[in-house]
Design a protein around this ligand. Structure first.
Ligand SMILES: C[S@@+](CC[C@H](N)C(=O)[O-])C[C@H]1O[C@@H](n2cnc3c(N)ncnc32)[C@H](O)[C@@H]1O
Length: 233
């Protein structure tokens, strides 16, 4: 129960949400030993469930059919960033994985964001993320500390553009600014994954992705696990 007499389901329905329970049973994450090894290391350092982690794991090699580097904005303690970097290294160690975070919490919360006020998820550090990366022997990562893109975008020397971007910033304006920075640098066939799409409390991200769904050179997919996935034509 949330407020007195109000269940979570009632709270969701009041804003057009409901608990989503897909009926499929295929579960490849349970037999993928490479994924299971990496997931065991990163699971204590992520807020992202294994269904979304497994989708990132599967999408990285798909995106890497396209040339370019990889980017995550919204790293927190490094869980999904390390997962993306581990999978990228298995495919092609020469690609750089940029991991960008303020390391002082969420920024740019505004009127479209129901839950966030700014400063959430500040309980992390660059050193913590480095330790997680070291535990997986990853040397293909560059960490960018500061507000992205304003403070750290210029630290990226992207001659060859990007093939993959994971945006996990929780709020409308953050998702918008990262998208506007990365889209012109994303090679055709490149993929953007939005975390938070469809989660109660993260309506700003859902609103932003819905706004760009009609963009002519983008294929936008709503995955019921709480991801939106964009493929650039
Ligand atoms: C939900 S956490 C990320 C979770 C992480 N991907 C995981 O594996 O659990 C959101 C993060 O986004 C960061 N963030 C939000 N907006 C940002 C921005 N514009 N630039 C850099 N970091 C940002 C916050 O500091 C916070 O650490």
């Amino acid at each position: 129960m949330t407020r007195q007499g109000e269940s979570s389901e009632q709270k969701y329905r009041a804003v057009g949400y409901e608990r989503v329970e897909p009926k499929a049973t295929y579960a490849p994450w349970s037999e993928d030993t490479d994924f299971l090894h990496v997931n065991e290391v990163i699971k204590e350092h992520t807020l992202v469930d294994r269904y979304r982690c497994y989708e990132l794991w599967q999408l990285v090699p798909q995106a890497m059919k396209t040339p370019g580097d990889l980017l995550e904005v919204g790293v927190w303690r490094g869980g999904t960033g390390a997962l993306i970097a581990a999978q990228s290294a298995r495919c092609d160690r020469s690609r750089v994985v940029y991991l960008a975070d303020t390391f002082t919490g969420v920024v740019k919360a505004g009127a479209r964001d129901r839950y966030y006020r700014g400063g959430e998820h500040a309980n992390t550090s660059v050193e913590h993320v480095r330790r997680v990366l070291e535990s997986l022997d990853l040397d293909n990562v560059r960490i960018l500390a500061g507000v992205f893109p304003e403070e750290t975008g210029e630290e990226i020397a992207v001659g060859g553009g990007f093939c993959f971007c994971h945006i996990d910033v929780d709020v409308y304006q953050g998702a918008r600014d990262v998208t506007e920075w990365v889209l012109p640098r994303l090679n055709p066939g490149g993929v953007i994954v939005y975390d938070d799409y469809g989660f109660y409390g993260c309506e700003g991200v859902t609103e932003f992705v819905n706004e760009i769904t009609a963009t002519s050179d983008l294929v936008v997919i709503h995955n019921l696990n709480g991801h939106a996935v964009i493929v650039k034509a």
